[in-house]
Design a protein around this ligand. Structure first.
Ligand code: SAM
Length: 280
């Protein structure tokens, strides 16, 4: 396990993933009924952008730093910036909250969270971050096991972020199988699966697997900050959203073109959004 999110925290992919995740949680909170948030590949929860790891890649400079002091952000992006600002009370961008922290900040007293992180050091940091929060359970275990271990949840509403590091070639197919199991165990589970846009051949096979996995509604959302065939690193990323709450897609229609313009790194940024399964 080589991947450490501390090198990538706050980059363009986190902007897409975290803005949408926060918005989905807000939409679930329109009802008072409780929900359970599951984060199968959780990371540590909070990242110091002044630390060596973030400084080495500087990825956050083309992500959160570009949005940090803007006064013209669309509401979905402003909500993310404001959530990050809570961790930087002096107004200087230094700390970036990962998905578990962002979601913990939103938790109401009736909600709870289940986190899993396999890397021993990151799991320990995660445990320390949430040691005093009785609504948060931290597990050091394989995240793909979460549906089998925890679904269905007693709350009958679940939001699952599936955010593997994609170090191994079978991460895409394991993710599809895990989503399939989650839906078999609890059909109404809302799932966000993040994936990198790198190898187009692998992606075509992945799209085929998702569309034949007997999932209910699946919205595909992608944001490219460089041309998709650029040989360098992460050109963009996507989210497969299973059972996304309305009116997320109507809002994304406005937000994605804006984000593609603001986060483009060479040439024009690009985006797409379509229903891979079951347009409502
Ligand atoms: C992309 S990072 C997570 C970032 C986090 N979800 C966020 O948005 O802030 C992926 C994490 O998965 C962890 N990981 C890798 N394989 C795993 C597995 N099989 N089960 C659980 N965690 C795993 C890595 O150590 C890494 O911290």
């Amino acid at each position: 396990m080589n991947y450490r999110h501390s090198y990538h925290a706050g980059n363009h992919a986190d902007m897409l993933k975290h803005a949408i995740l926060l918005r989905m949680a807000q939409l679930l909170q329109r009802k008072d009924a409780p929900y359970c948030y599951l984060d199968s590949h959780a990371g540590t929860g909070l990242y110091d952008l002044a630390a060596e790891a973030a400084g080495k890649t500087g990825e956050y400079l083309d992500g959160i730093a570009r949005l940090w002091s803007r006064s013209d952000l669309p509401p979905m992006i402003a909500a993310l910036r404001d959530a990050v600002a809570q961790h930087n009370p002096d107004g200087q961008l230094r700390y970036y909250p990962g998905s578990p922290q962002l979601m913990a900040d939103l938790l109401r007293e009736q909600d709870r969270m289940i986190l899993s992180e396999l890397h021993p050091e990151d799991a320990e940091l995660l445990r320390q971050n949430f040691a005093y929060n009785p609504q948060v359970a931290v597990h050091q275990r394989d995240g793909y096991e979460l549906p089998k271990a925890f679904l269905p949840v007693v709350e009958k509403r679940a939001l699952w972020l599936l955010d593997p590091p994609f170090e191994k070639t079978d991460d895409l197919s394991r993710s599809v199988k895990a989503m399939q199991l989650a839906i078999q165990r609890m059909r109404q589970t809302v799932i966000a699966l993040w994936y990198p846009i790198k190898d187009q051949r692998l992606l075509r096979d992945f799209y085929r697997q998702v569309s034949t996995a007997e999932l209910p509604k699946v919205l595909r959302v992608e944001l490219n900050v460089r041309p998709a065939d650029n040989a360098m690193g992460l050109n963009g990323s996507g989210l497969m959203l299973v059972n996304p709450p309305w009116p997320l897609w109507e809002e994304l229609d406005q937000v994605l073109p804006w984000l593609a313009d603001q986060l483009a790194q060479s040439g024009a940024g690009d985006w797409r959004m379509d229903w891979l399964v079951g347009e409502p």
